[in-house]
Design a protein around this ligand. Structure first.
Ligand code: NAP
Length: 296
């Protein structure tokens, strides 16, 4: 793979799982990697490990809690003050917290799964758009889930964004991942002609770090272990992230949905509803108090 180092690349959620292996692989290729993590000690330990393994000193750690709009704004200000360019933004971090039994609202008054998985990437990407455009050709990669295939009729539930009508972590998670797919398609349209491409990667069953679900017991634990045995490794999945992020053959492709082999695949039909894209954009902008928005 010709990877055209040295790019400046943000990976959110880089202290664990696929994000960590993506940061490692990109560092190995010689890129400048900004690990964006909410847990600074965990991020720093991974950063040191990546530097020791790859010899690439250009691996930075920056703090951001993607469920907090204040934290995202602070991060974006700190990043743009320090870095004049951004070649690739990988919106990888996500909340799939099985302990949530009812909706939990963030300090911004938004249900935490929607806040982290949809509004977080929405706000972060918009705040970094000028830098991405100035660095064109540049890329934005968002992350969805193959599990969305289990919800062929799901669309955005504008009357249930806070989980006020029905709530389970699983439902909130897949709903937020669908929002990411629609945000990707919409943003790709808005950015046509700017040199900034936007694509979404669908992740299949990938091993999750053992420590993350220590609290799961009983049959759920056994089911989790069986699922884990069938899963691919985070490093295998990271190969697709890395190709889509830096391989020249993807430089001009935009508005696509990819599988773990970097093949273009179709999302389910409701994901292509442009009227819903527009409403989702307007609601997300209102909920994040975003004033400057990407042109259509
Ligand atoms: N693993 C799978 O089978 C699978 C399947 C479908 C889709 N995916 C998607 O693939 C991506 C990576 O998943 P993974 O398997 O690597 O999961 P993971 O190991 O649980 O990693 C998730 C990362 O997101 C971070 N994160 C969560 N909430 C955050 C917040 N509020 N602010 C900042 N960072 C936050 C976590 O940080 P902390 O360590 O601080 O919690 C962690 O670094 C996610 O988008 C996920 O939805 C995974």
């Amino acid at each position: 793979m010709n990877t055209q180092s040295n790019k400046t690349i943000i990976v959110t959620g880089a202290n664990a799982g696929i994000g960590r292996e993506t940061a490692r692989g990109l560092a190995k290729l010689g890129h400048t990697v900004i690990m964006v993590c909410r847990n600074v000690p965990a991020g720093e330990s991974v950063r040191q490990d990546i530097i020791a393994q790859t010899g690439n000193q250009a691996v930075e750690l920056m703090k951001c809690d993607l469920s907090s709009q204040a934290s995202i704004r602070q991060f974006a200000a700190d990043f743009t003050a320090k870095h004049p360019r951004l070649d690739v933004l990988i919106n990888n971090a996500a909340n799939f917290d099985h302990t949530l039994k009812q909706p939990v609202l963030t300090a911004d008054g938004v249900e935490v799964v929607f806040a982290t998985n949809q509004l977080g990437p929405f706000l972060l990407t918009n705040l970094l758009l000028d830098t991405l455009k100035a660095s064109a050709p540049a890329r934005v990669l968002t992350v969805a889930s193959q599990g969305l295939m289990m919800y062929p009729f799901l669309t955005i539930e504008f009357d249930n964004l806070a989980g006020q009508k029905k709530f389970s972590t699983q439902h909130a998670y897949y709903h937020s991942k669908l929002a990411q797919v629609m945000f990707t398609f919409d943003l790709a349209e808005r950015l046509r002609g700017t040199g900034v491409t936007v694509n979404c990667l669908r992740v299949p069953n990938v091993q999750i770090d053992h420590g993350r679900y220590e609290y799961i017991t009983g049959w759920k634990r056994r089911a989790y272990e069986i699922k884990r045995r069938r899963a691919i490794t985070p490093a295998q999945m990271a190969e697709a992230y890395i190709r889509l992020a830096v391989a020249p053959e993807f430089e001009t492709i935009t508005g696509q949905y990819f599988d773990e082999h970097c093949r273009e695949v179709k999302a389910h039909k409701p994901a292509y509803d442009r009227a819903v894209w527009q409403k989702l954009w307007a609601v997300s902008a209102a909920l994040t108090k975003l004033e400057t928005v990407a042109n259509r």
